[in-house]
Design a protein around this ligand. Structure first.
Ligand SMILES: *[C@@H]1O[C@H](CO)[C@@H](O)[C@H](O)[C@H]1NC(C)=O
Ligand SMILES: *[C@@H]1O[C@H](CO)[C@@H](O)[C@H](O)[C@H]1NC(C)=O
Ligand SMILES: *[C@@H]1O[C@H](CO)[C@@H](O)[C@H](O)[C@H]1NC(C)=O
Length: 564
């Protein structure tokens, strides 16, 4: 009696372990099916005054297709994967403007964008290709940002696994086999939730102050010169929008200029008779909304003491021309003086500086340059930029191709030199005189390592304002850096109100599974099933003998027998 019970328990145990083995086996089959898992970055989703733009959905669970132009194919349940290097903009534009129904779109960026290239001296041929790629990306980005796309659109970096999958899918497409459940192929799946509206973006402005030297007799406040750069970015993929040149370069230049002047100002003998105000502003892509709010928040006496402000825009690409953009007439005394000073230093550096004058229109809500916000509150200001014309709304603000590889350390150093030197000559009243304040090799030399490390840091830091938290580490780092060189460092926060609404879900993990056909699935199931039965039988025979095996398949002992 007791023996029967014990045997029954053992039998049950072996049945359980077999079931466990089966599930582990099944789980393994599932796992082995995942061909690859990649990080994907969703196209931005936003509304302007309620009008939708960008990628309107986030979740993918579709078969993989290669080309959106398979004639007659229904791709409304397929994720189309296209490498950027193969993009035909005309086709893609048609596909988007004609609202072709897709399940999703995954654009593959070349791996090189991801890795950091330290090599500045590219060969001619490669340079040309790079520029071709930039043009395609710029156009593509413009297209995607300005359309409302009713399916998920993602970017990912190309790798060997994806390329291999793509090659296989391409082959199937070529023989006209459409991607459906019965023919196998690949399936792309993300597990992220559908996007939700974000709370209005917080705008964080950071300011620092270098007080000038006041002599005892000074009753009046000293004049102030402001150096300003906008640090946030906007791009097709917020999680990739690092904007190395677009204001990344401006931010780095501002920090280096603050460092240089803090050395001069730390000694009363070399402290200038001007205050210098540093402003790192946010909201650049949205009509410099943050700059306006920062200016409004400034102490009125400080604001009124500003002689002029120099706004640093994109100044990091190797271009032998820089532009000074102004909205006050060029005859304005400060504008004239700053421009002349820039021109003379530029000549020494072998750079050309041009002047562009564009009046502001107060009733137009569009603010194309940062200095225009200063003009609106009647502070003389100018923007230094390598761009010769005002960018459109949401343009030139840190797009996909604006990566570290296209920013030139030497160019940033040169821009720093241009601004610091002419500012120095103004403050120490040596205009036009050929006295080098920040000479190479001197204790006041520009520090190339400082510039390089900050450029590297910014190039790895996506900073699209609506996706930055209030106490973002990156903002703390900027604040701390400014505090190392200046005093009265102040963080001002406001809300980006008005016309923009943004949505979350900017990144996801994409799993690509190999899908086996239904027939194959059944076959596999049969094989696994019979294997398990054989395994089980074998186990019982070797441990318990044939009798027990037969016993297992007999009906369990009845109650009567037990009582007996
Ligand atoms: C960078 O500067 C340019 C020119 O002032 C501006 O249009 C753009 O909005 C800025 N970018 C960001 C991300 O603020
Ligand atoms: C100024 O902007 C407003 C609003 O966009 C526009 O209606 C007006 O024509 C503009 N004026 C000039 C002189 O361009
Ligand atoms: C910027 O700020 C002003 C005033 O606070 C607001 O009216 C405007 O809509 C804001 N947004 C943009 C994108 O200009």
């Amino acid at each position: 009696m007791a023996m029967t019970k014990g045997r029954q328990r053992e039998m049950l145990e072996s049945v359980y372990s077999c079931i466990a083995v089966f599930f582990i086996f099944v789980a393994c089959v599932e796992l082995c099916d995942a061909a690859t898992v990649v990080d994907v970055y969703r196209l931005i989703q936003y509304d302007i005054s309620g009008v939708p733009f960008g990628s309107r959905l986030a979740r993918l669970n579709h078969h993989v297709a290669y080309s959106p132009f398979i004639p007659g194919a229904d791709l409304s349940r397929a994720v189309v994967i296209i490498p950027i290097r193969e993009v035909n903009i005309t086709f893609l534009r048609e596909c988007i403007t004609q609202k072709k129904a897709l399940g999703g779109l995954l654009l593959l960026l070349p791996q090189k964008f991801n890795s950091e290239s330290k090599d500045d001296s590219k060969e001619g041929g490669q340079m040309y290709k790079k520029e071709g790629m930039q043009n395609i990306l710029t156009e593509l980005e413009k297209l995607l940002i300005n359309a409302a796309i009713p399916y998920p659109v993602y970017f990912a970096f190309e790798d060997e696994k994806i390329d291999a999958i793509l090659a296989e899918v391409k082959k199937k497409d070529a023989i006209g086999q459409s991607p459906t459940a019965t023919t196998g192929g690949y399936k792309a799946v993300t597990a992220n939730p559908e996007p939700r509206k974000l709370a209005p973006a917080t705008i964080t402005n950071i300011q620092g102050w270098l007080p000038g030297l006041r002599t005892d007799g000074d009753a009046n406040q000293l004049p102030t010169i402001a150096i300003v750069a906008s640090y946030d970015t906007f791009g097709a993929a917020p999680a990739l929008s690092v904007g190395s040149d677009s204001n990344g370069s401006g931010v780095v230049a501002l920090l280096e200029i603050a460092r240089l002047f803090s050395r001069l100002y730390s000694n009363p003998k070399t402290r200038g008779r001007y205050n210098i105000l540093f402003g790192l502003t946010s909201g650049g892509p949205y009509n410099y909304n943050g700059t306006m709010k920062w200016l409004r928040s400034l102490d009125q006496r400080v604001r009124e003491s500003i002689d002029y402000a120099i706004c640093l825009n994109s100044i990091g690409s190797w271009n032998n021309e820089l532009w000074v953009h102004v909205s006050k007439p060029p005859e304005n005394a400060y504008i004239k003086q700053v421009f002349e000073s820039f021109s003379s230093v530029a000549e020494e550096l072998g750079v050309q500086v041009g002047l562009k004058h564009k009046k502001i229109n107060i009733s137009n809500p569009r603010v194309a340059w940062e200095h225009e916000q200063f003009s609106r509150v009647r502070v003389t200001a100018l923007t230094l930029s390598e761009l010769s014309a005002a960018p459109g709304l949401l343009e030139s603000t840190g797009s996909l191709f604006d990566s570290r590889q296209f920013v030139n350390d030497t160019a940033v150093r040169r821009s720093v030199k241009l601004v610091a030197e002419s500012l120095g000559r103004h403050i120490y009243a040596h205009p036009g005189k050929n006295i080098e304040i920040f000479a190479d090799g001197s204790s006041l030399a520009i520090n190339p390592f400082y510039i390089k490390s900050w450029l590297n840091f910014l190039s790895q830091t996506p900073r699209v304002a609506p996706f930055l938290s209030k106490n973002e580490q990156f903002i703390s780092a900027l604040k701390k850096e400014l505090a190392d060189h200046t005093v009265e460092v102040n963080v001002q926060q406001d809300v980006l109100d008005g016309i923009f609404t943004f949505y979350d879900s900017t990144t996801a993990r994409l799993t690509i599974y190999q899908v086996v056909s239904v027939a194959f699935d059944l076959l596999l199931l049969l094989a696994v099933g019979s294997y398990l039965i054989m395994l089980f039988s074998g186990l019982v025979i070797t441990t318990r003998g044939v009798d027990d095996l037969i016993g297992i398949f007999r009906r369990p002992p009845s109650r009567k027998q037990k009582i007996a």
